[in-house]
Each structure stands twice: as structure tokens, then as C-alpha cells.
Design a binder for this molecule. Structure first.
Ligand code: MD3
Ligand code: FE
Length: 221
């Protein structure tokens, strides 16, 4: 196995062959779940049992088609007041669930593998996509420190990631993301415009008819 954990400490070849630099500062690590899969899925289920998926309102008053939940000290929210990170779940009035250790460790190892050692995420946004759901091109700019990378893990049915570069206009690259694929975005790629094309209907044994994406961030200072 050459998943993120069991391959650490291997000789040069094994992980390199699965690491693709898709842009300066951005690394795509394919199929990273390995034997962590069950623990990762159980952790996601434990979090979303405590803090349900919900469709938040954009500042303009539209309902997001993506359903979201969060864990960690800070959770990303949007409502009529704007986009921001908050320490309490607006649905429950309680702190967000703690980030499960297996998720924190997974993100830290992925960041290190991509050249960002010491990553200590304080936020994990959990996005759920049903068929037809998309996420328009945007930048992630609500975090305090843009020198910190972002780590994303795709679970379940595939999606087409849209990568638009550093300006809103211009060509958009399309990158298929599958179950277990990790993308680490840092350095000059940290502020690229990105999104998700409308999901095609499919079924995956791990998640059924949906895609789940975990996005790990250092949101606070
Ligand atoms: C590139 N989520 O929640 S994750 C988001 O699949 C978001 O749910 C998408 O974009 C999803 O904000 C994409 C990959 C990702 C996340 C953050 C990035 C790519 C990024 C930040 C900068 C550049
Ligand atoms: Fe984003």
C-alpha cells in the first residue's frame, strides 16, 4: 500500500509517482485513503450526527445548493450578514464538534507530503454535493493568513474541479477528482479561483449517491 500513512518513510519512488504538481504550490495526491478509509468515514459521520448538513444562505439571500457542516474550533458560515468563520454552530448554538484526530492527522500528513510541514488546521468544512449541485468560481479569502495552505479530500462520487487561475476571467482547467483524492493548495495557488462543475449522478459504496468534500483550513491566526 502506498497511502499517505503507510508510505511515509518509504524510499523516494512510491509517493512521488502519485503526486502531481498541478500548478506552482498546488499538489494533487491521488487515492490517499488506504486503510484510513473506515476511520475517516466514521469520523465524518460522527461529526454530521452532531451538527447536521444544512443549506446556508448567501449574503444575497440565495440558498446554497451545497449542504455544509463543520468541525474544529472555527466553522465557515454564510448568511445575510456575509461570509465568515464563527466558533459556534448557528443551528445548535453550541461550539462546533471537535475535529476528530484522524482527520487532523490526515490533513497534516497530506500538507507535509505536498511541502507544507506543520500544518495545524483549526477548521474542517464538510461539503455535500448531490447530483446537479455545483459550486461557482470563487476564491477562499475569509481566512486570516494566506501563507497557510488548504487541504481538500474528496469522498464518494466523482466531481470535476474547476481551476480558473488567479483572475476570474480566462481559461478554466477541469480536473476530475475521485474518492480519496487530496489536493493541497498553497503558495502562489492559495488564492486561485476554483469551483465544482454540476455533479453527474453516480453511486459510490462509501457515500451512496453523493460526494462529500472535506476542506481543512487554518482559519484563525
Ligand atoms: C483552491 N470546495 O469549500 S475543495 C470550498 O470540492 C470549496 O467542495 C470545493 O471550494 C469542494 O471553498 C473545492 C478544493 C479547494 C479548496 C480550497 C481552495 C481548492 C482550493 C483554495 C484555494 C485554491
Ligand atoms: Fe473554495
Amino acid at each position: 500500500m502506498t497511502d499517505l500513512f503507510s508510505a511515509l518513510g518509504d524510499g523516494a519512488g512510491s509517493l512521488k509517482t502519485r503526486r502531481e504538481e498541478i500548478a506552482p504550490g498546488a499538489a494533487l495526491l491521488r487515492g490517499q485513503l488506504g486503510e484510513q478509509q473506515d476511520a475517516v468515514l466514521a469520523a465524518v459521520q460522527a461529526v454530521t450526527a452532531q451538527t447536521a448538513f444544512r443549506q446556508m444562505q448567501t449574503p444575497g439571500g440565495q440558498s446554497m445548493s451545497v449542504a455544509t457542516s463543520s468541525c474544529g474550533a472555527l466553522g465557515w458560515v454564510t448568511d445575510r450578514k456575509g461570509y465568515r468563520y464563527v466558533s459556534q454552530d448557528p443551528l445548535t448554538g453550541q461550539p462546533w464538534p471537535e475535529m476528530p484526530a484522524v482527520l487532523h492527522a490526515f490533513a497534516r500528513a497530506a500538507a507535509a507530503e505536498a511541502g507544507y510541514p506543520g500544518f495545524d488546521p483549526d477548521s474542517c468544512l464538510i461539503n455535500r454535493y448531490a447530483p446537479g449541485v455545483k459550486m461557482g468560481l470563487h476564491q477562499d479569502r475569509d481566512e486570516v493568513d494566506f501563507t497557510q495552505p488548504i487541504v481538500s479530500l474528496s469522498l464518494g462520487i466523482p466531481a470535476v474541479f474547476l481551476w480558473g487561475g488567479l483572475t476570474r476571467t480566462g481559461p478554466v482547467r477541469r480536473i476530475a477528482l475521485h474518492h480519496g483524492d487530496v489536493v493541497v493548495w498553497g503558495g502562489p495557488s492559495r488564492l486561485v479561483f476554483h469551483g465544482i462543475a454540476p455533479l453527474k449522478a453516480a453511486v459510490h459504496p462509501a457515500t451512496g449517491e453523493v460526494r462529500i468534500n472535506l476542506t481543512f483550513r487554518r482559519a484563525g491566526g
